[in-house]
Design a protein around this ligand. Sequence first.
Ligand code: RIB
Length: 313
Amino acid sequence: MKTRPLMFFGTTNLDLCFNVERLPTPGETLMGILARNPGGKGANQAVAAARLGLRPHFYTRLGDDEAGRRLLQSLAEAGVRTDAVEICQGEPSGTAMVMVGDDGANMIVIDPGANLNATALTVEKATGFIEPDAIVVAEMGIPVPALERLFELKADKGFEVIFNPAPVRPGLSAAAWRSIDYLTPNQSETFELTGVEVRDFGSAARAASKLLELGTKAVLITLGACGAYYCDESRSFGLPAFPVKVVDTTGAGDAFNGAFAAFLSQGVAVRDAIRKAMAVAALCVSRRGAQDSMPTARTVDEFLNQQTVLELE
Ligand code: RIB
């Protein structure tokens, strides 16, 4: 089967990562070790797909600064096609301050910089890179009017949409929700969108039916260590996560989204694409960093083979 083209629309940041023993409480000062890593949700997702052997296009906005040059280079080195990337004179590249505790949990604050100035017009221009029968992945770091224009062009261009509503922002139109093929929130995003606290597959099912009422064709809720829950008009199922030692959860959701898109584009059936994307997320959390921790297709296959052996024992 022919691999379908992939294009990601999203943010790119320079992540200033402080590795600390535990996350600080308000008013507290802690010592940590600083690492500067390429990040940003859209960039992480595109890199996750590229590591699996795809050659996705990526639309993002970078400043014309040192961080921007470094971020562009690391995207290209990972195998992401950067022709659609905008280099923006006089705007700073996005920066994220990421704190990661020894238990792998994180806290993130973002200064979006150039990411924030994507418009309906700039995004429309970038859609020129969407190839026929493509899968398009977008996240919510892109301003709402720009996202709405992207989704509006779906009918014209005939692509499928995976939308990761991270971080959740208000104001997306009813028509935009209806144009989503796969909506992929995590637990906290699901809570923000539905008011339902997702702790298990039962509560995920309740939240998913509320999300389906928005008109999206399928909902795929990620539940961290509890796995993932899928629901569309005709079927629903939950899949357990792979048990791994968690080192750093930064980029886990991005690993999942990028990989899910990559496997779908390779013609893998939805259920199996979710299972394989969970393997990618599991490998991502077992290493430090976001883009730096995205595994190759070979590592994912070895991991899955190992899981099958463990299941048979
Ligand atoms: O999802 C992880 C990402 O969120 C980090 O790389 C950081 O840049 C923030 O956008």
